[in-house]
Design a protein around this ligand. Structure first.
Ligand code: AKG
Length: 251
């Protein structure tokens, strides 16, 4: 059964403008929303992974040889250089510095870049060489590929320690991603707001509440006409990890 309604029903896991050009339908069988927006397409599956699977992936990604409990550790006590003293068992987390207005600053989150050999990725003046896939990442990648018939050769992981970590407005429009990249975004842990704004009118916004175990796919021309962000939510004190699967074109 599919449902073709227009917007702003409060029980929806997202909100979209009421203007023409925005519509969605819901496929109950696969519990997936298809959302059409001007110059872009979005797919949202709220329960792509069960709560339990998502939870165990999160635990695995934060497992460490120092036996720091991922839930109760004050990760902020391990800022910057001190962070490198922690040995994570399954993901090589980094606290990168990027250049902003000529100054080097630490990113407001931790990250890691995994993928096929040679799939380097450059953003914010930073070039990352991929670490080879591990079994959890392969499991997630295969689950998405089998369902959507897409191929991904790399993944960017972002770890938001709490609501003070965030991602500024940007588009995933780097040239190595090709003309109209399809990007699959998996969410583990705490629910966070995810916003999209239209380049031609920043007041035109779409908002998701990205939950534990959910999958959001961004497709079509979206990266050229829209930006996205994860804003601060200062009251949140718990962890979230986001994984964006990408296909880097060989140069
Ligand atoms: O954390 C998220 O949901 C978004 C991550 C993101 O925007 C990115 O990796 O480019």
């Amino acid at each position: 059964m599919s449902d073709n309604k227009k917007n702003h029903v409060s029980t929806l896991p997202f909100s979209i403008p009421t203007e023409d050009g925005y519509f969605f339908n819901y496929n109950e069988k696969i519990r997936s929303y298809t959302i059409n927006i001007p110059n872009g397409e979005l797919y949202y599956i709220e329960h792509f992974f069960t709560e339990a699977v998502a939870h165990s992936l999160l635990a695995s990604f934060l497992q460490n040889e120092d036996n720091l409990d991922w839930k109760s550790t004050d990760w902020r006590a391990y800022e910057k250089e001190k962070f490198t003293t922690i040995q994570f068992s399954n993901i090589q987390w980094r606290h990168d510095q990027i250049k902003l207005f000529g100054k080097s600053i630490y990113t407001p989150r931790y990250s890691a870049w995994y993928g096929d050999k040679g799939m380097n990725y450059t953003y914010s003046g930073l070039t990352l060489s991929p670490i080879p896939w591990n079994k959890d990442l392969i499991f997630i990648k295969k689950s998405i590929q089998e369902r959507f018939n897409n191929k991904y050769n790399s993944v960017l992981l972002n770890w938001y320690r709490d609501g003070n970590d965030y991602m500024s407005w940007h588009a995933d429009d780097e040239k190595e991603l090709g003309q109209n990249p399809t990007i699959a975004s998996v969410n583990l842990g705490t629910t966070r707001r995810f916003l999209l704004r239209r380049n031609s009118n920043h007041a035109e916004k779409i908002e998701f509440q990205l939950k534990n175990g959910s999958l959001l796919i961004m497709k079509g021309k979206l990266q050229h006409y829209w930006q996205h962000s994860v804003p601060k939510q200062r009251k949140i004190q718990t962890n979230r990890i986001n994984l964006t699967f990408r296909n880097i074109l060989k140069s």
